[in-house]
Design a protein around this ligand. Structure first.
Ligand SMILES: Nc1ncnc2c1ncn2[C@@H]1O[C@H](COP(=O)(O)OP(=O)(O)OP(=O)(O)O)[C@@H](O)[C@H]1O
Ligand SMILES: [Mg+2]
Length: 352
């Protein structure tokens, strides 16, 4: 069976470094500091720009794979902006945040009275995105039965609204994203293999920041320039901050770097002082060494998991989004766990 090569999912010209370099020259990618909405001039980003350029000119379904905060949504938007669909809508949907029972109606729309509470008919995201691009984020979080409907829509280009009898044909380009390895998601999370292959006609890998260290300064300067523009200020990085950006690997991905620049910008009068990465990682982490809870040795795994989930939620002041992030699970997974715990999960009000 064919497998997706996540290490180099590329339409590379020839597969060796010099052929790639030649192709970059041919594509006018060499020396770019940004491409569409994406900033970066490291070799991995130049490869990515080249792949975006190729896929944007087609209607192929793309699957973007990468850690959280690496710019997957920005890549999807850039593909859209570079495509002939750019003047039509780009609709982003986070599949992980929509309850299972609603996702079909959200994607395909529903007719009046098709389920309890459907007092009015409504079109879904597929119709909203007509002529444009539908971005399905956290695709691995969709329940397998719903995935079948999605696969059908992708294969036939047609679908029914929930409770409807009219076959609707759409003209939508689908781009999906996941922060999990799709092969593992197939084995462990119920991602259907046929859907994975259908989505990954063109796989793209969003590289983590640690693989593009030379981009740190460029990205930080870009975020600072955006803030200066927004606020009408002229703040600049201290020498030490530039040194830090050049020499220290940064904890986390682009999102964490962007947040650190934002925090430092707010604190600064004129000279923006980035925290040292050691401090940055302590500030960034939702939990510190001091925030511990204990579990008895021999506690059944399911009980320990429950204690950790409820403890983390309490620690996060009841903020489910933050708790899910800290636990490394999707919001939907957290909701599912809490509803399985019943009243206990629901009653766990945040401490004031
Ligand atoms: N190459 C880049 N150039 C400029 N900004 C970037 C780049 N990559 C990411 N960002 C910024 O970093 C933040 C996170 O990016 P984005 O939301 O696209 O990540 P993601 O991979 O979709 O994350 P998640 O998996 O958590 O949904 C956004 O504010 C985005 O604008
Ligand atoms: Mg995203």
């Amino acid at each position: 069976m064919a497998s997706i090569d996540l290490a180099s999912p590329t339409v590379s010209a020839g597969g060796n470094a010099s052929a790639l370099a030649k192709q970059r020259v041919a594509d006018g990618i060499v020396g770019l500091k940004s491409y569409g909405l994406l900033y970066g001039s490291s070799p991995v980003m130049l490869d990515l720009y080249q792949q975006i350029e190729r896929v944007a000119g087609t209607d192929a379904t793309a699957l973007i794979i990468g850690e959280s905060g690496t710019g997957k949504e920005l890549i999807a938007r850039t593909i859209h902006d570079q495509s002939s669909r750019k003047d039509a809508p780009f609709v982003a949907v986070n599949c992980g945040a929509i309850p299972d029972e609603l996702i079909e109606a959200e994607l395909f729309g529903h007719e009046k009275g098709s389920f309890t509470g459907a007092v009015q008919g409504r079109i879904g995201y597929f119709e909203h995105a007509n002529g444009g691009t539908l971005f399905l984020d956290e695709i691995t979080e969709m329940a397998p039965v719903r995935q079948v409907k999605l696969l059908r829509a992708l294969e036939t280009g047609t679908f029914y609204r929930v409770g409807g009898n009219d076959l609707i044909s759409g003209n939508v380009r689908v781009i999906a994203a996941t922060n999990r390895d799709p092969a593992i998601a197939v084995k462990e999370n119920g991602l259907r293999e046929d859907l994975m292959y259908r989505l990954a006609v063109f796989p793209l890998r969003a590289p983590p920041l640690r693989e593009r260290e030379s981009d740190r300064e460029l990205l930080a300067q870009h975020f600072l320039a955006l803030l200066n523009q927004q606020e009408g200020t002229g703040k600049s990085f201290s020498k030490r901050s530039i040194e830090t950006l050049r020499t220290w690997s940064w904890p986390g991905n682009v999102r964490e770097l962007k947040n650190a620049v934002y925090r430092a910008f707010i604190l600064a009068e004129k000279i923006v002082e980035l925290p040292h990465p050691h401090l940055a990682s302590r500030v960034k982490k939702p939990m510190t060494q001091g925030d511990a809870m204990s579990v008895w040795i021999g506690t059944p795994l399911a009980d320990a998991q429950k204690q950790i989930i409820l403890g983390t939620l309490k620690y996060c002041g009841g903020d489910k989004r933050r708790a899910a992030k800290a636990l490394g699970v999707s919001l939907k997974t957290l909701y599912n766990r809490l509803s399985a715990y019943g009243d206990e999960g629901a009653e766990d009000e945040p401490e004031q």
